[in-house]
Design a protein. Structure first.
Length: 263
């Protein structure tokens, strides 16, 4: 598969991340039956949530149908991340949002995803963060003008030039290969995310709140439980067709959650 088509190489030159390269999109999905399935598995002892589901479904979609979403730009060339490692937003020990990285999520099942995600969340809430995440505390103490210059230097070297900075723990996969955030747990119905400037990821997906809505099923309007997913994509490496493939797989996965019982 040729990731570096003529359009991709042109786009990586035309667009500057993230000020003018963002594509925004959203889709509504009926999760009524999926919530019933999740409730059944939870009673059986597998404490999955919609976040576990969409982390797995998005990871499998990338692996099976949209490998272009597991890419990043370095010096005008598109590269593939070696593994699929989502960064999932969680509440930190201080009550603020932070993120944890789940490694090789495409190989997880419902049971193993619960173990993997919970373990990373425990580390985060105990204040156990990587050196890179701890760096923010140091940077925050630097006076504004110098802090601004330092950030621009780091962004230029790490993101724009694609050069790893090992002593700061900054590598292409430091912030995961895509980002997933469930803002529905915070009481928000829908959101359109920003492409985190220092994280060189091709897309960020937002899970909104689940709402009861009128829905057409078999030609009849009935009340159903519906979630809205929002996404921001880096147009230098992907376009709307890739988002379409992703959402198509997610709709399939919602109707067939049993596929995630095995890897």
């Amino acid at each position: 598969m040729n990731l570096n088509t003529s359009w991709r190489q042109t786009a990586s030159t035309l667009y500057k991340k993230p000020s003018d390269s963002k594509i925004l999109g959203s889709v509504e999905i009926d999760v009524t039956d999926l919530e019933t399935y999740i409730a059944k598995r939870r009673k059986e002892g597998v404490k999955i949530t919609l976040t576990h589901f969409f982390m797995l479904a998005t990871s499998r979609a990338i692996k099976k149908d949209v490998p272009e979403l597991n890419t990043f730009v370095k010096r005008g060339t598109i590269y593939t991340f070696p593994t699929i490692n989502p960064a999932v937003s969680v509440l930190g020990a201080n009550g603020e949002m932070t993120s944890i990285v789940v490694k090789e999520s495409d190989k997880l099942t419902f049971e193993t995803s619960v173990e993997a995600l919970n373990e990373e969340i425990k580390k985060s809430r105990k204040g156990v963060e990587s050196g890179t995440m701890q760096l923010k505390e140091v940077v925050a103490k630097i006076p504004w003008p110098i802090r601004n210059w330092l950030y621009k230097i780091l962004k230029t070297v790490f993101v724009d030039w694609g050069i790893s900075i090992p002593f700061l723990g900054l590598k292409p996969h430091t912030f995961g290969s895509f980002m997933l955030s469930n803002i529905g747990t915070l009481g928000l119905d829908i959101g359109f995310p920003a492409l985190f400037p220092i994280a060189n990821v091709s897309f960020v997906m937002i899970m909104g709140g689940v709402q009861l809505k009128p829905w057409v099923v078999n030609g009849e309007v009935v009340p159903r439980r519906v979630i809205t997913l929002g996404a921001a994509l880096d147009h230098r490496v992907v376009d709307a067709s890739h988002a379409g493939k992703l959402f198509k797989y997610l709709k399939f996965a919602v109707k067939n959650p049993e596929v995630f019982e095995k890897n």
